[in-house]
Design a protein around this ligand. Sequence first.
Ligand code: ASP
Ligand code: MG
Length: 592
Amino acid sequence: MGIIVQKFGGTSVADADKIQSAARRAIRAQQDGNQVVMVVSAMGRQTDYLVDLAKQICDAPPAREMDMLLSTGEQVSVALMAMAIHALGREAVSLTGAQIGIHTDSSHTKARIQSISTDRMKKLLDEGKIVIAAGFQGIDEDFNITTLGRGGSDTTAVALAAVLNADACEIYTDVDGVYTTDPRLLADARKMARVSHDEILELASLGAGVMHSRSIEFGKKFSVPIHVRNSGSFSDEPGTIIGTSSESADRAVSGAALTKNEAQITIAGVPDKPGSSLTIFSKLAAINLAVDMIVQNMGAEGRADVSFTVLEDDLPKALSAVEKAAKEIEAEGVSHNANLAKVSIVGLGMKTQTGVADRMFRVLADEGINIEVITTSDIKVSALVARDRALDALRAVHAEFELDKPPGDRVAFGEEPHDQQSASPVDVVARLRRMEDLTIDSISLDDSQAQLTLFDVPDRPGIAATIFEAIARENVLVDMIVQSMGRDGLADVSCTVPRKELDHSLSVMNKLAEELGGEVTHEPAVAILAVTGIGIRSHTGVSFRMFKALTEAKINVEMVSTSEVRVSMVVAADKGKAGLSALKYAFADVLA
Ligand code: ASP
Ligand code: MG
């Protein structure tokens, strides 16, 4: 007999009718021959209501009491759900996090699960009962109630599916599934039949509306296929499976995303020597600020420009930290730009296909949209553009990669290969103790690369497209691309190419410099050090740790590029091996 975990979000249990229809759904799954565990959120906006109530009583409510309060929302809905099942003539038992035995650390309002006991749930399931678990809560060593952070019921559901080795984890919500882009932004958005955990993690802003990102990180770690579907559809219409493979094996791009409220900070003229970036990012890590799109370009005359983005709301805080750092390291100046947005394309297929990035750049150029900054990971290309052109950019990219049309090789829903449950229950339990900690999947070194930079090229629409089309025509697989915002209307564009392609890439670049203006420099032997992991996004400070490790090893970082799941740094090739061991040492505690 298989086990199914069904999670119902707040909107899916918002009133008595909805609770009853969720109860019927669970009973149907049981009648189909499954053991059923339901994970239930607080009704409707109950958690918001409780938060608001607390704020009316106290400006800064003690975190412990906040958890005591918020956990009641889920306690109400699990009890009602159990009653609804009884009313339909079946047996069910509701359990709080503590009653199940979901043990967490003591960081109230954002606790991390440390272990889950399955005995009580399994016994109840074997007795033929439906188990109804309160989402988003646990208990610490001292029997204090804890909560996992807003949206944490998803994490409860995926964690229970993993420890119970469930056949399916169904997430019932008020959307039909995961779309190729946010359907509220673009009417052409299409529901995907499947999408990989990795793609969803890189499409953070898309996934975020649908599921708590930590729960997807968790699903990836334990190979739990997650089925996101609409609780309102009576027809049992399938939603989207978030699993190990993407929707299409042929397509390079699976989805596109937009983050509208980006602001960029540039520190110009940073002395290009070990420790400069460390000073900058240690100041940011100290105030726990999440930074994105870190770009550091090769320095001219011993100086480099370092830039990164933050959410616009964090701009004032970030600026004051950065200004201090800039003084300390004697940089030339700090500037910022708030009216930006980030457009990204994501796809597993990008790892092997050439000519993907340049298509994105070209279509943006054709729309007359200027690209301010470019960063890449192995499955993502992101471009920073003016906010008032952001929607046009998203639309153009979505159309260019035909995301509105189902891929020709799409595996029909239900026929897809069942994802492997790679972890045995014993493994799962053994890993539970640190299951939501930062985990680094791999630290890699590629010392077969060369780097090229086109400096001071006039910054106008089409520059990146022209450069990377010319390189793609030569069939060179470009790995890292970085473009940084120019000063005085100029931009710097850097990329890495396999060393054996250096000579002819260089002649392409030199020709481009003649046509477009600018000056070419190159570094014949560089190494790319990349840290890839689950939780990079929700753990600030990964870049900081890398800078620190490399600085302590006296290794200069020449170029940086970040994404949601990967931070890559370019160093001199002869420093590659030393860099690799410095990083392995620095991340030893979190290396999977
Ligand atoms: N009720 C909690 C919240 O609203 C947990 C959840 O719904 O996932 O954040
Ligand atoms: Mg929720």
